[in-house]
Design a protein around this ligand. Structure first.
Ligand code: BGO
Length: 271
């Protein structure tokens, strides 16, 4: 059977570094089907039952770049057992934007808080259990460069993979008006057989062209959904995609305010 792990994260989060440590020299390198985006896959060298696929580095799961489309098609269609989300802890706010989206795919997520050596050197403090509590997933501090915390991380990934837990609860919430619209969309009969309802409802709320294109709406659902979206757009005076972006950043800001203590602010000119 084996455990299928997808490595996902922003460009420069340390994916290549950890991928090389995990797979050693036993790697397959090719292209994703139909596109010239590099695909790397290999077995974990300490446990050959664990297959690791390195997804292209991305900032978001929106449908605008080839890398984003490749990553999300793989995650949705292949449904790996675990998403190993590489997060650059020295740039945590920006990196967690993708994390909020990965958590919505209904696939168990383990966060690797990479570059913890940089965080420690700066004297910053990250309260890992606060992030775990807010996101409802395991968070493990690592340094891919210094090869620390990686066994611990993989033990967690393997334990979740073996448990065959097939879902990820999304425990963070957006503001009430947005949640109400998402709930209206989730309850449409067109979504009754969809397994990852929240992800689909959010994508429909954003009018994500790829999801809208492939979705077959029944009855009045298209109108009901459009009305729900327009109501929020009117009350928040913004387009629905920007509304979701802002909602994600406010969730992250609230988590960071309790979980991260910085010695110097990000705006410090000497940083
Ligand atoms: C260069 N700690 C530190 N300090 N650095 C790390 C860590 C970590 O835990 N993990 C990775 N890096 P990729 P993507 C570099 O290449 O794995 C560094 O895009 C340099 N190169 O060494 O490539 C890693 O695959 C010259 O840094 O990320 C790499 O996700 C000067 O983060 C960079 C300084 O890692 C990106 C750094 C010629």
């Amino acid at each position: 059977m084996g455990i299928n792990v997808a490595l996902a994260g922003n460009p420069n989060s340390g994916k290549t570094t950890i991928y090389n440590i995990l797979t050693g020299s036993a790697q397959y390198v090719g292209n994703w089907p139909g596109v010239t985006v590099e695909k790397k896959a290999g077995a974990y060298r300490k446990n050959k039952e664990v297959n690791i696929v390195d997804l292209p580095g991305i900032y978001s799961l929106s449908p605008y770049t080839l890398e984003e489309v490749v990553s999300r098609d793989f995650l949705i269609n292949e449904k790996p057992d675990v998403i190993l989300n590489m997060v650059d802890a020295s740039n945590i706010e920006r990196n967690l934007y993708l994390t909020t989206q990965l958590l919505e795919l209904n696939i168990p997520v383990v966060i690797a808080l990479n570059m913890i050596d940089v965080v420690n050197k700066r004297g910053d403090k990250i309260n890992v259990s606060e992030i775990e509590k807010s996101f409802g997933c395991k968070v493990i501090e690592i340094s891919a460069l210094k090869n620390t915390g990686i066994d611990n991380l993989m033990n967690e990934v393997i334990s979740i993979g073996n448990s065959k837990k097939s879902h990820q609860d999304v425990i963070f919430r957006f503001s009430n008006d947005v949640e109400q619209a998402i709930s209206t969309i989730e309850h449409c009969s067109s979504l009754s057989t969809v397994s990852n309802k929240r992800w689909t409802a959010i994508k429909l709320f954003e009018r994500d062209e790829k999801v809208v294109e492939h979705f077959s709406f029944s009855g009045d659902d298209r109108n009901i959904i459009e009305e729900a979206i327009e109501k929020v757009e009117k009350s928040m005076d913004d387009d629905s995609e920007s509304i979701i972006t802002n909602e994600r950043y406010s969730v992250i800001a609230s988590i960071i305010s309790t979980a991260v203590q910085k010695v110097k602010s990000d705006m410090s000119p000497s940083d």
